[in-house]
Every structure is written in structure tokens, then in C-alpha cells.
Design a protein around this ligand. Structure first.
Ligand SMILES: [Zn+2]
Length: 370
């Protein structure tokens, strides 16, 4: 492994802006680097469905040793503001120039995977078939992994390099998420002259929301109303209101119950006041959860030890490409890369963590120390 090259790869990818849907330039650069390293590279046709200027990027390095194929994954897109990133390295920590995110989320993962692939080829290390995917549009709803061409992937286990916290943190469980969108239609009336003829959509929504269990429901379940929209003059009884909410749980039964409860609150308030309810409830992605004794979890834990890292098993409240992969029959865990203060212009990445991430992945794919 060449730590200097790893750092330079990260710094150069970070400078290629790739806000969600604008991943074309960075994808071209990653593909070029992977081909030069001796990997087979292809791109899918998902752009029309994700809205990205490129598809997801796939890479295969055929195995030269026995073992089940393994998939490595990271996303190419960043949140905004992510154009014109000028990374600054100081005292072992990389930050942006202060006016953009750094994009360590998730170029730390991308750079680590590229360095691992380069290293196994150059050093002729034994490895099973290694597949890698670099997705688009993760930050705007996991769209890339939702539209992956899963037929191109043979691996049944995956390390998704997209977690915050120090290298060695392994995410073995994450919630599924439901999206709820509702429109409440009451009846418009003059608020001063004939209020009894009106049905206030705002009043209906207020009553529904006041009855909802929200925020922290239990250790693995959360819920939140994020948007309410209705704008009328004060002399008009408001007719139409739209609302957007979410629920998450690592337990799919609890998720069904929480989402059902929120819909029930809306429905009963609408019935009480005679308002009409249009509601759509969609499962954005499914939950996943593995135990400490799961064979792949043990494999990653063992790789941590070989790489000199203290493994730390954890669960998260957020979603990632791993959720979609798990829903498609690939056992996917999320590995932390050291990215910190993500989605802010104070985002940072310790060089030590970047190197440790690559060491861990190298140990995982080769079954050796690193
Ligand atoms: Zn990410």
C-alpha cells in the first residue's frame, strides 16, 4: 500500500466537484484510474432514472485465489455546496477551504477502494474476485443503489465504505424508512363572515399532529414531520394543506406500526372535521440487522485485528446504499472511513483514518495482515 498515493488520490478526487447528479467528471477519472490498475470497468444506464449525468460505475478484478467474491462500495456524489472544493491538509487533518463540504463523504471510501485494488494487483496478493461499485445520487435518496444493475454483481457480501467515526467502526444494523406525504383538503370560506361554512385544513393537521407519537419512539424507531405547507390570508379559512413526514425503524414490524399510526391520526382528524385526506406512504428502503456471530461480521472483525484496529460494532439511525444492497440479497455492512462533521463546510478527515480504512479493506479482501 502506498499511503502517499492514497492521500493524493483522495485530494484529487475531492477537487473534482460531484454534487448529486453531477458525478460525470469524477466517474470518468475513477474509471480511468481503475482501468490503469488493471480492472474491468463498466457503467450502467441508470442515468435516465436517477437524473445523473452518468450511471453507476462497476469494476471487477477476477480472483487469483479461492474464496467467495466480495463487493466494495462507495458513493461518488456529495451534498451541496460541493463544487470547487479546495482541500487543505494541516496537522494530519484534511478540511475544505471553508466554503464547501470536503466530500470525504464519500470520497474517502472511493479513494481507499482504488488504493486497495491498485495494491493487490501491483503486489500480486492472493484474493478472491473483488467487485466494486461506485454509486451516484446516494445523498438524494439512495437513488444510485436503488437503480443498480444487480445482475452485474456476483458477490453476496459487501463492505460499504460510507460511515462516520474512526476506521474500525462496523455498522451491523440500520433502519428502514417510510416516507409519508399527505394532502388535507377542507373547505374555503370567509373567516370573518361565514367561518362555520369552512373546514380549516390547518386546524385538522394541527389536531392530527398533536396526537402523533413523534421523534424518538423507542431505541430503534424514530418519526418526524418535516414539512407543512399552507399559505392563506388570515381572512380565509385555509382549504388545502400538504404535509411530509418520515418514520424509521430497524424493526420492520415497528416501522409498519409507526407509519400506520401516523396515517390513522391524519385519518381520524379528517373524519372528525369532514376534511378529505389523500395520503401516500412509501417504503424508501428496508432495514437490515446482523448479529455479532454472523460469519461476515466475524470476517470483518478479524480483518480489523489483522489491520491493527479495534473493531467497534454499532448501529446507526441513517440510511445508506447498504440498505438497498441488503434488500437485493447482498449482505452489506457499513464501514466507517473517518469522515467527520459530514454535510457541513467544517467537514474533516484525518489522514490516519484514510490510511487505516485502506489497511482494513486490504486485510479484508486478501485475508492477510496489512
Ligand atoms: Zn455518504
Amino acid at each position: 500500500m502506498q499511503t502517499e498515493r492514497l492521500l493524493n488520490t483522495f485530494l484529487s478526487y475531492a477537487q473534482i466537484g460531484s454534487e448529486s447528479t453531477h458525478e460525470g467528471a469524477v466517474a470518468a477519472r475513477i474509471a480511468e484510474d481503475l482501468r490503469a490498475a488493471g480492472c474491468q470497468v463498466s457503467v450502467d444506464e441508470s442515468g435516465a432514472r436517477t437524473g445523473s449525468e452518468t450511471g453507476n460505475l462497476y469494476c471487477t478484478l477476477p480472483g487469483n485465489a479461492p474464496g467467495e467474491p466480495i463487493l466494495l462500495a462507495a458513493h461518488m456524489d456529495t451534498v451541496v455546496p460541493g463544487a470547487g472544493v479546495k482541500p487543505v491538509l494541516q496537522d494530519g487533518i484534511i478540511r475544505s477551504g471553508g466554503d464547501t463540504v470536503l466530500g470525504g463523504d464519500d470520497k474517502s471510501g472511493v479513494a481507499a477502494i482504488v488504493e486497495v485494488l491498485r495494491t493487490v494487483v501491483e503486489e500480486g496478493l492472493p484474493h478472491p474476485t473483488i467487485e466494486a461499485v461506485f454509486t451516484v445520487c446516494e445523498e438524494i435518496g439512495l437513488l444510485g443503489s436503488q437503480n443498480l444493475d444487480y445482475g452485474r454483481i456476483t458477490a453476496k457480501k459487501a463492505a460499504v465504505l460510507d460511515g462516520d467515526g474512526d476506521a474500525g467502526r462496523i455498522i451491523i444494523g440500520a433502519p428502514g424508512q417510510d416516507k409519508l406525504e399527505a394532502t388535507i383538503t377542507g373547505r374555503r370560506a370567509h373567516a370573518g363572515v361565514a367561518p362555520e361554512e369552512g373546514i380549516s385544513a390547518i386546524q385538522v393537521a394541527a389536531e392530527a399532529i398533536s396526537r402523533m407519537k413523534l421523534l424518538r419512539i423507542d431505541g430503534e424507531t424514530t418519526a418526524n414531520v418535516g414539512a407543512i405547507s399552507a399559505q392563506y390570508a388570515t381572512n380565509i379559512v385555509p382549504e388545502v394543506l400538504t404535509l411530509a413526514a418520515e418514520a424509521r425503524s430497524r424493526d420492520s414490524g415497528k416501522l409498519d406500526r409507526q407509519s400506520g399510526h401516523m396515517v390513522d391520526c391524519l385519518r381520524s382528524a379528517c373524519e372528525k372535521y369532514g376534511a378529505k385526506l389523500d395520503v401516500s406512504l412509501t417504503r424508501a428502503y428496508d432495514a437490515f440487522s446482523y448479529g455479532e456471530d454472523d460469519p461476515f461480521v466475524r470476517e470483518v472483525v478479524a480483518a480489523c485485528h489483522r489491520a491493527g484496529l479495534e473493531p467497534q460494532l454499532d448501529v446507526t439511525g441513517g440510511g445508506s446504499d447498504a440498505n438497498n444492497m441488503n434488500a437485493h440479497g447482498i449482505k452489506a455492512l457499513v464501514l466507517s472511513t473517518g469522515m467527520a462533521k459530514v454535510h457541513t463546510v467544517e467537514e474533516e478527515l484525518e489522514v490516519r483514518n484514510l490510511e487505516n480504512t485502506a489497511r482494513l479493506v486490504l486485510a479484508l479482501v486478501t485475508g492477510q495482515g496489512a
